[in-house]
Each structure stands twice: as C-alpha cells, then as structure tokens.
Design a protein around this ligand. Structure first.
Ligand code: GLY
Length: 353
C-alpha cells in the first residue's frame, strides 16, 4: 500500500493505494457516526463486508446506474441523514463507483455545510479518476454534472480487491481513462506501450492506477478549482466523447472517452498539432481496449451536443489535444469546422472497415 498526499490551498486529501488498503484503513471508521452510501449492485456484492467493517453505520442504498445521479436522489440521501440524526461530525463513506462517489460527495459537501467524506471506489474508473480530486455532482434535465461542488475527501481508499468482481466492460471503462492519462503523461504512455499485451492484468492495473492518481493529484494540487487552465487537461477525449455518449449511448463512459480521443486525434493530425506516428501509437492503444471503432450515423447531430460541453465559451468547441509524449494543447473550433472534421474522420475509418 502506498500513500499520496493531495494538498490543496483549502484542504488535504490522503489517498491510500494498493492491495491491503481497505483492510488497513477502513477499520478506522468502524466507530462514530458513519453513513455509508452505496448502490444496489455494490450492496449485493459487498453488503456483508460493509456490515462487518462498519457495524454501527447507517447504510443508504441507491438504485445502481447513471439515472440515480439526480437532485431527487440527492435530497433523499440528505433527508435520510437528517431523519437518522446525523450530526456535523459524522462521516459519509462513498462506497461504490463514479455515480455513488459523485452524489455521496455532493451530499457530504452540503449536509450541515459540509461533513467528513471518505471515498472507497470500487470500479476501475472511480479508482483511477473520479474518486480523486474532489469533484462532486448530480445531473439536471439531462445535462451532466450541472449541480456540483469542489469538496476534497478526507481520505480515498483505492484497493484492487474490488476489481475482481467487475465485468470486462467495467474494466474497459477504466482503461479508457487510463489511456487518456497515457496521452497526457509520457511515463504512463511508455508503461502502457510496454504492457500493451497485458493491460487487463490485475497487477498491472494496480501499478498504473497509482501512476494515474499521482499524475492527477499533481494537477489538482495546482488547479483544484479548474480555473487555472491545467485541470482541464483531464478532459482530453471528453468533449467529443460526451457528445457521442449523449447521442448514441450503449457503451461505458470510458469507452466513449476513447472514441472521442480517436476523433480528436484525427483533428490534431489534420491541424498539424500531433505527429502521425504518435497519433498512430495512441490509436493502437485505443484499439487494444475497444477492439474496433463503432460506426455511428448522423454525426452532425452528435457534434451539436459538444457545444453544451462546460469547457466552451460561446460557440467555440474546446478540445484538449495530444501534441507529443507528455505534451498537450487546447484548440478551439467553431461548430461548422468541428462537424466537418468529425464527418471526415468517420468516413475515413468506415472506409477501413
Ligand atoms: N475527471 C476530471 C477531473 O476530475 O477534473
């Protein structure tokens, strides 16, 4: 088990990573007023472990899935906490994937103006990305993450123990974010290429998860509130990925990040931002995770959804693009030009299939 200290100007977060982290750290929350928030899927798998580890906790279980990430579920959590008499020095434990982490984090940040938060992420995606850095949110009227706060968890416990029960699609989802980190950081890129044939190996995942968290913690330290132009790098692949996710669905978030990255790499090469060889190597990693690129209809409609992306001002669509190993840049495009590139890219790989 290794420890990463994420110190921001406002608060500190201790992140414990690796085999044995749960065993070593979770028992520290066995006593006191503790509210564990999880979902139906995680509770079916780990309900017994939760009861054994936190015998006095108040357990609140939300329905599994993105649909739970809404103000109604948030209010239900807060209402339940109030009814149970949770006081200001209680601890909220988010035990689950990204949705549980986001909504439990938001509830912890709001309840009595903020109570202690511990994240115990159980999916690869939440371990490698969403449980770290203090972003909390629910969606509103179909728009992602509109209601949210920055609220650092006091502690994040990242244990590969929970990966063993994940279906392959969930591993792919986390790998999507891991490949994104590879497009941002030279050392992660190198490690991914050296291990391209065993990306799903649990030992490798434990190692690369630590590397990605270390990279993210360094960014968050310097730009916690996402207003200094650094943290937005973590959205590489997400502008187009989110737009496609909204329009087409049927795949995990991390897979859409990879699909978005593929299209955005096309733009980066066309604009002379990224060299062809490096782009091919990144595409190789994308293919290794996705298998094949899906063909989607009505690309122009999907492109319009990118305008709603929160990084954009006015009509510009902001893209975080890879330049070379460990280097990235931002490009702003008008909708017309962006749509043209997406269509060109789609027709190019359709031709290859
Ligand atoms: N997942 C992007 C961020 O935490 O900023």
């Amino acid at each position: 088990m290794r420890k990463i200290l994420l110190e921001t100007g406002f608060s500190n977060s201790e992140i414990f990573c690796g085999t044995g982290a749960f065993e070593a750290r979770a028992k520290g929350y066995a006593c006191g007023q503790v509210c564990v928030i999880t979902d139906t899927n995680v509770n079916a798998l780990y309900g017994e472990l939760i009861n054994k580890t936190f015998p006095e906790c108040f357990l609140t279980v939300i329905p599994a899935g993105e649909e739970s990430k809404n103000p109604k579920t948030l209010l239900k959590i807060l209402n339940d906490m109030l009814k149970r008499g949770m006081h200001r020095n209680c601890t909220v434990i988010a035990f689950g994937g990204g949705v549980v982490g986001d909504i439990a984090g938001l509830a912890a940040s709001l309840y009595m103006r903020g109570v202690s938060l511990v994240q115990i992420p159980t999916t690869l995606l939440s371990q490698v990305d969403s449980s770290v850095g203090g972003k909390t949110a629910v969606d509103l009227n179909g728009v992602k993450n509109v209601i949210g706060t920055f609220y650092q968890p006091k502690e994040v416990i990242v244990d590969p123990l929970f990966l063993k029960t994940l279906p392959p699609r969930e591993i792919n989802c986390g790998l999507g974010e891991i490949v994104k980190y590879g497009a941002l950081d030279g050392a992660i890129y190198k490690k991914l290429n050296e291990n391209i044939n065993n990306l799903r190996d649990y030992g490798f995942l434990e190692e690369i998860t630590y590397d990605c968290i270390l990279y993210k913690a360094d960014i968050v330290k310097r730009d916690e509130r996402d207003d200094k132009g650094l943290r937005k790098a973590l959205n590489l692949g997400h502008t187009t990925g989110h737009a496609f996710e909204l329009n087409y669905g049927g795949r995990s978030h991390g897979e859409f990040v990879l699909i978005g990255m593929y299209y955005e790499l096309y733009i980066a090469v066309k604009r002379g931002i990224c060299g062809g060889q490096y782009a091919e190597a990144l595409k190789n990693l994308i293919y290794e995770v996705l298998g094949a690129m899906p063909c989607y209809p009505n690309i122009s409609d999907a492109a319009k959804a990118a305008v709603h992306d929160k990084k954009n001002d006015d009509a510009d669509i902001a893209l975080i693009l890879p330049v070379s190993e460990g280097e990235w840049t931002e490009l702003k495009l008008g909708l017309k030009e962006y749509t043209r590139y997406l269509k060109e890219c789609a027709s190019e790989f359709r031709g290859l299939l």
